[in-house]
Design a protein around this ligand. Structure first.
Ligand SMILES: NC(=O)c1ccc[n+]([C@@H]2O[C@H](COP(=O)([O-])OP(=O)(O)OC[C@H]3O[C@@H](n4cnc5c(N)ncnc54)[C@H](OP(=O)(O)O)[C@@H]3O)[C@@H](O)[C@H]2O)c1
Ligand SMILES: *[C@@H]1O[C@H](CO)[C@@H](O)[C@H](O)[C@H]1NC(C)=O
Ligand SMILES: *[C@@H]1O[C@H](CO)[C@@H](O)[C@H](O)[C@H]1NC(C)=O
Ligand SMILES: *[C@H]1O[C@H](CO)[C@@H](O)[C@H](O)[C@H]1NC(C)=O
Length: 311
């Protein structure tokens, strides 16, 4: 009897959570056509990045899948082509855990592409902050922040040349929990939870600062929280956090197509240019997180990032 009640309560909570998330999910209704435009998405072989690439392909764009695994990326490419009929889908290899790789990749794109209209910085991991990259930084902050910072810089000429163009940064609500963020310690590992939250706050700060610097160039930049989405990202977690997150994701999550909507919105919606530098969720601009209100930190992070990636 008690057991029955508990089971029913859990099922009811599950149903209510599902209905709530279905009702609050924002959908990008923009019909913007991307024929003649080029979009580049990092981490496009799976999850939110894949759904974003699929959507751009449906809109007729030339889509560059910037991934670290050739086989996974080729498979994603085949799926996109067979689903959309758009054959203008290109695989390029980049490892966001290596500055050399990012530089080589950017050089190739800058030399071979005539234009770049949309850059989506999407690739990210949620754990592994205790591992060190070959550049000597925690793998997590390098993958989630410094490499995107470097890549964005190296592609700015091409983006400016193609203006009006956009840079979209997939951040997270996790940035709101980065209450211990210290820009002086940003390249140090604290804990996986803190590192992830800090890295996502870096995405927001970078977006704010970049928007200021790009004023008047026709290149606009947005950061966003995609929602909670059940994707492969959970596989980069370990132990008890993974179990907790798996439960949370089953309860609260959007599917990857729903999770990609805000990224797509920021990339294609007309008339949001004056909101450059702002943060979005569910296809709407939202108030900045309390943690993201420190302009001094944004500026300092920028200068520090320039030194670390050796611009
Ligand atoms: N899922 C969520 O609930 C959630 C919530 C808030 C924010 N986000 C953000 O959304 C973004 C996408 O996440 P997702 O949930 O779609 O995760 P996902 O399914 O795990 O996709 C992440 C993508 O990033 C790629 N990647 C990871 N490390 C890389 C590296 N060193 N070099 C190149 N590519 C690399 C992965 O490639 P492989 O397939 O080769 O590993 C994969 O394509 C992330 O920035 C994440 O922080 C997600
Ligand atoms: C990109 O290529 C242009 C010439 O096509 C060159 O002027 C510019 O310096 C290059 N930018 C980078 C960052 O390599
Ligand atoms: C990081 O953010 C998540 C929300 O995404 C929160 O649950 C968690 O407590 C935060 N972790 C730390 C260590 O602050
Ligand atoms: C944007 O986000 C990506 C991935 O989430 C990150 O690697 C990059 O540093 C960020 N870049 C900017 C422009 O904030």
């Amino acid at each position: 009897m008690v057991l029955c009640t508990v089971i029913l309560a859990v099922l009811a909570a599950y149903a209510i959570a599902k209905i709530y998330f279905k009702l609050t999910t924002g959908w990008c209704k923009s019909q913007t056509c991307l024929v003649g435009k080029t979009a580049l998405i990092t981490g496009a072989n799976t999850g939110i990045g894949y759904e974003t690439a699929l959507d751009f392909a449906k809109r007729g764009a030339r889509v560059i899948l910037a991934c670290r695994s050739k086989s996974k990326a080729e498979e994603a490419r085949s799926r996109i082509i067979s689903e959309t009929g758009n054959e203008n889908i290109v695989v390029k290899i980049v490892d966001m855990a290596s500055f050399d790789s990012v530089r080589a990749f950017a050089r190739e794109i800058n030399e071979s592409e005539r234009r770049l209209d949309i850059l989506v910085n999407n690739a990210g991991i949620i754990s592994y902050g205790d591992r060190t990259s070959k550049d000597g930084l925690p793998l997590l902050i390098q993958t989630n922040h410094f490499s995107g910072f470097l890549l964005t810089h190296l592609l700015l000429d091409l983006l400016k040349k193609s203006a009006p163009s956009r840079i979209v940064n997939v951040s997270s609500l996790a940035a709101a929990f980065a209450t211990k963020f210290d820009v002086n310690q940003v390249e140090k590992h604290i804990s996986n939870g803190d590192d992830y939250n800090n890295s996502k706050l870096c995405n927001v700060y970078f977006t704010q600062e970049l928007a200021k610097k790009l004023k008047g160039t026709g290149v606009t930049v947005y950061s966003l929280h995609p929602g909670v989405i059940k994707t492969d990202i959970i596989n980069t977690m370990d132990g008890i956090r993974k179990i907790g997150f798996t439960l949370m994701m089953n309860f609260m999550s959007k599917n990857p197509e729903e999770g990609a909507q805000t990224t797509i919105y920021c990339s294609v919606a007309k008339g949001i240019e004056e909101l450059s530098g702002e943060h979005f969720a569910d296809c709407k601009r939202i108030k900045p997180y309390k943690t993201a209100l420190n302009e001094g930190a944004a500026k300092k992070l920028w200068e520090k990032s320039e030194r670390i990636v050796k611009l």
